[in-house]
Design a protein around this ligand. Structure first.
Ligand SMILES: [Fe+2]
Ligand SMILES: [Fe+2]
Length: 298
């Protein structure tokens, strides 16, 4: 028996600036036609601004349309960027965390399925000792690990990659966790059979094995980022990932690359300065949601 998980990442949704809604609708259709066992959304669910309350509400209603069980994790655009290594002006804080909890519930989760331990953690609060949420997450993870089978294969999901090329790197880069944050996570998982680390954030598709762990970067369902001349580590394409978990092995497939529209956030930023400066459409004019728009809320 194998477990089939679909990982969606970085859908960057907004009712009033629906740049990526066309792709979201197509992803929903594809999943409805072939529902997986579980759908995991690894962050950046809102368009851009972590304080745009309406985008959070809209993104939640869009997640409620997913055809099957789902879990979500926050990204830098949802709750602000990491305190030490972040690049955005808006950083994670208690108020933004509360907004996440209000709209999406928990910012971390664990599941035991088919003998696998699936862990989802909030990457944005790592190496942030002045936030109580970091210590709370660490205590929660310790408790989860204490009560689960120590021999179970583990798959870890989070918004940002643990590192870019190697866990020893020390550069502060908004693209991945910093050394302290990464070491903290790895220390907690020491001795466990970690098999898969699946992240989003980079809007690139990449997969490699290191010390028995497969690292997978899910591309965005929404867009590619950055100028075409910027350094890319993986494939600068849109899409989403199918993970097959069987025994202690995982296999991945990139889906949607050939039928989703490859929107360029870079071009939107050239045009408007940032996506949040683009003109606002009313939700009904945008045609993405019926007036009122609350029907899918649980
Ligand atoms: Fe993103
Ligand atoms: Fe991100």
């Amino acid at each position: 028996m194998s477990l089939r998980i679909i990982q969606l990442s970085d859908p960057h949704l907004s009712a009033t600036r629906p740049f990526h809604q066309d792709n979201w609708e197509q992803v929903l259709e594809a999943l409805a036609a072939d529902p997986p066992d579980l759908i995991i959304v690894t962050g950046d669910v809102v368009l851009s601004d972590p304080d745009e309350e309406d985008d959070h509400g809209f993104a939640r209603r869009q997640l409620d349309r997913l055809p099957g069980p789902w879990r979500v994790l926050p990204g830098n655009h949802d709750i602000g960027d990491n305190l030490v290594s972040g690049g955005m002006a808006k950083r994670v804080d208690p108020q933004r965390l509360r907004r996440w909890h209000r709209h999406f519930g928990e910012d971390r989760w664990s599941l035991t399925l088919d003998g696998w331990l699936l862990l989802g953690i909030n990457a944005q609060i790592l190496n942030a000792p002045r936030l109580a949420a970091e210590a709370e997450q660490a205590a929660w993870l310790e408790a989860v690990l204490a009560k689960t089978d120590p021999a179970a294969p583990v798959a870890l999901f989070l918004h940002k990659p643990l590192f870019m090329d190697h866990p020893s790197e020390t550069a502060m880069d908004q693209s991945s966790l910093d050394l302290e944050a990464r070491n903290g996570v790895m220390a907690m998982l020491a001795g466990r059979d970690l098999r898969l680390v699946a992240s989003g954030h980079k809007h690139q598709w990449r997969g490699f094995d290191l010390d028995g762990v497969r690292h997978v970067w899910a591309p965005s369902t929404a867009s590619v980022n950055g100028a075409p001349t910027a350094k890319n580590w993986g494939l600068r394409e849109v899409g989403f990932v199918e993970h097959q978990l069987e025994g202690r092995r995982t296999r991945q497939r990139l889906l949607g690359r050939d039928w989703l529209t490859r929107h360029e956030s870079y071009v939107v930023s050239l045009e408007h300065g940032s996506p949040m400066r683009a003109p606002i459409l009313s939700a009904s004019a945008a045609g993405v949601e019926p007036a009122g728009g609350q029907s899918g809320m649980r």
